[in-house]
Design a protein around this ligand. Structure first.
Ligand SMILES: Nc1ncnc2c1ncn2[C@@H]1O[C@H](COP(=O)(O)OP(=O)(O)O)[C@@H](O)[C@H]1O
Ligand SMILES: [Mg+2]
Length: 381
């Protein structure tokens, strides 16, 4: 019997909860060759949603290309990865190579065969001669034009997903955005989804006076409605042969702060513990036993996180947990948790958000990792 809950990777379709309206909309917009912005904090399910949308448009006949911008250490490395991904739509590699050498004139692409662990060779593309900023910009214009050429040559729509797109900002400020927007705008048969995990950066990027202003529809991915997620979790338990106690799904969603990743993690680990014990029924107590095990396993890591914080940040983080993230600046909260002046609380919150420990959800501050939240509630004073 396999564990029906998946976390830390793209969720397969049968483990993918809800998101029907979002998926339909994304597929429709991409099929129309729109330039879509998909925004949410990390671990909400963007990459999984994109994977299923690309599969769907692929079945309709479009060519699809998928790239994670944040994996590249430089602008040129990104251009190399992007060129490779586009070229590899052509098969076999010999043809891809001829095609790429023919369409890139700014520099001579080099092709290297790199052995993979799987035994299958992987071909990589490199532009070793590109040095100056001028070289890079010329090359970028050609690479960004590739999806349009591909669509025209193959007479098919091309759909490009650029995941963790906010990372483009670090490459060289404005000029990447500008070049990419200018190219995309002319590509009538190319759909794009630009997905970003840092909402504040992404919102700035699509704001006025930036190249991507009004470039296309914006989708802000919310959390899954708790009752829907809870029911889905209970059904998955039942389908795999384990009988969940009434309210188990809701308790998991609640303990996990309804963050899709954390919900799946808690469900997965609870399932494992019950399965290992050879039992069939899953009780709320089992959930808490699994949570205690997970907290123990994360102890060292959470201690290290805690040690890195200043005293002021620790106090504010505890207040966020104990107050449920509300009314942090009120006189009452400040007195109860011995916090400093509002300005210093604000500075601590900003630092905590920058370290990705806390996010703001509407008026409320939330600890991103629900395990860390529980650890702070139980093990710090
Ligand atoms: N629709 C969903 N149904 C169930 N679990 C989901 C869903 N979306 C995301 N998850 C869970 O969250 C994890 C992170 O999803 P991912 O798509 O990588 O998010 P993001 O790209 O926004 O960081 C997945 O591995 C999975 O455990
Ligand atoms: Mg992702």
């Amino acid at each position: 019997m396999a564990n029906p809950f998946v976390y830390g990777e793209i969720v397969p379709l049968e483990a993918f909860a809800d998101r029907e309206a979002e998926l339909d909309r994304l597929v429709e917009d991409l099929a129309d060759a729109q330039k879509v912005f998909l925004i949410s904090p990390r671990r909400y399910g963007k990459s999984s949603l994109i994977r299923h949308a690309l599969d769907a448009v692929g079945r309709q006949g479009a060519l699809t290309v998928d790239l994670t911008v944040s994996s590249y250490s430089s602008y040129v490395a990104f251009l190399e990865g992007y060129a490779r991904a586009l070229a590899s739509v052509e098969r076999p590699w010999q043809r891809a190579r001829t095609w790429l050498s023919g369409v890139i004139s700014a520099t001579r692409p080099e092709f290297r065969v790199e052995p993979e662990e799987t035994g299958l060779a992987r071909v990589s593309v490199a532009f070793p001669a590109v040095r100056s900023e001028r070289d890079i910009n010329r090359l970028a214009n050609e690479v960004f034009a590739l999806p349009g050429r591909l669509a025209a040559e193959r007479k098919r729509n091309v759909i490009v997903a650029l995941d963790e797109f906010q990372a483009i900002d670090a490459f060289d400020g404005g000029s990447v955005e500008h070049a990419l927007r200018a190219a995309a705008q002319q590509q009538r048969r190319v759909g794009y989804v630009f997905a970003g995990s840092e909402p504040s950066l992404m919102e700035k990027m699509i704001g006025p006076r930036r190249p991507f202003y009004k470039a296309g529809p914006v989708m802000r991915l919310d959390k899954i409605p708790p009752p829907v997620f809870a029911e889905f979790i209970e059904k998955r338990f039942a389908k795999s042969g384990l009988l969940p106690e009434e309210g188990l799904g809701a308790a998991i969603v609640d303990l996990a702060g309804n963050l899709p990743y954390d919900v799946q993690r808690l469900a997965h680990e609870t399932w494992d513990d019950i399965h290992a014990a050879g039992r069939k029924r899953v009780k709320l107590d089992d959930l808490h036993a699994t949570l205690a095990r997970l907290l123990g396993e994360h102890e060292t890591m959470f201690e290290a996180v805690w040690q890195r914080l200043t005293l002021a940040q620790r106090a504010v983080l505890r207040a966020v947990v104990l107050q449920g993230g509300r009314e942090l600046l009120s006189a009452d909260t400040r007195a109860r948790h011995r916090l400093g002046a509002p300005s210093s609380i604000q500075a601590s919150l900003t630092a905590l958000m920058k370290q990705d420990l806390v996010v703001k959800e509407g008026p409320q501050y939330v600890v991103v990792d629900s395990l860390l939240r529980e650890w702070i509630a139980r093990r710090t004073f």
